[in-house]
Design a binder for this molecule. Sequence first.
Ligand code: PHE
Length: 454
Amino acid sequence: MAANERQSIHGQWSSRWAFVLAATGSAVGLGNIWKFPYITGENGGGAFVLVYLVCIAVVGIPIMIAEVMIGRRGRQSPINTMRLLAREEGRHPAWQYLGWAGVLAGFLILSYYSVIAGWALAYVFRAGSGMFTGASADEIGGLFEELVSSPERLLAWHTIFMVMTMIVVSRGVRSGLESAVRLLMPSLFVLLVVLVGYAMNTGAFLDGIRFLFEPDFSKLSGESVLIAMGHAFFTLSLGMGAIMIYGSYMPQYASIAKTSFMIAGADTVVALLAGMAIFPIVFANGLEPGAGPGLIFQTLPLAFGHMPAGALFGLLFFVLLTFAAWSSAISLIEPAVTWLVENRGFSRVSACMWSGLATWLLGLGTIFSFNVWSDWTLFGKTFFDLLDFLTANIMLPLGGLFIAIFAGWILSRKASQEELAMARVWYDVWRFLVRYITPVAVVVVFLNAIGVIG
Ligand code: PHE
């Protein structure tokens, strides 16, 4: 059978749009609304945002095209796809380890992602109960502390979120997901615009905008550049096989480049809107932009506590944030689940149970790192910080680097040209980027961060 006639045994998206929605669902998540603002705050604002945007364009989009392409060409779990395509090109089967590294990264990320998604879930009820109405910044901060200092509560929410995730994955990511994302993504977008509207009236809107968009390069360290690049991978779900497995369900006629641009565009707009909503609130209330992972939970409730119908908006916002996290979480575990089904003869349901259980267990480490283990640090980082740093700033960029090398150097020109089916000039631009620019950029950022150059 010709490579472009292969079908995935796990199914196919119903249309090109279904792929765009699902991949946007994977990309838009806590990374955009929770992580982007807080790491921007910690890394000094504008210059960091600029580096992040450059990384999306130069590194993120070419790798997204490469990853979708590899996935659709192989139409199997990332591990088997890498092995199959390497074999077809007469290359070493060791390329399958790229798939393994991705499975590991997805597992590590989901273990803490679920804990943070649990915070969002907890805030649905907090916002809905009117707890924030009229509350001061101090009170809002205290409420956040109260949540994260309680291992029992974090455990309860983490468990609920993991169960929700595994239920969707066990049914197959295609059923239910498409329609959920179709409705919820636009709603999330509208609510973010409402929040930006609120931020315009805080009196500190321009301070927020300046913080986000006025680059001050003296605030940018080698490590900040690495974090910005790592975030470009994280926010686009790249470098670990999530986008690859979603690509493997993509219909053959759909354009990979066009859809990749749409996904990256939507993802970037959501992150920038979140930043524009949050930083004015930070400055208007004399809060600390570098407050860390609690940033959105210490700022947005202030907005909900003071705007008309704030309890309703707050409730809606955290519901939508939970959904956004949910549609990302399922893509983190899908590569592992498909491998268990393909190679170990698991049913989808038992594959979900076992991988979910393992992820849930590891999540305990993150839960404790916010309370009982908060004093335990390595290189000044807690267990959660370490996991986050290792996955987002090392594993994903390395995975992406090898995906670019595979797409640019290992896969034949004929194969990638056939799969991408785009105009010759654009194809040449893409190929030049993944062969030279993208790998060099990733390596330079790494070397710069460890102080070898720069
Ligand atoms: N892109 C998701 C987010 O921004 C997180 C994610 C990373 C999902 C890697 C899948 C793979 O929240």
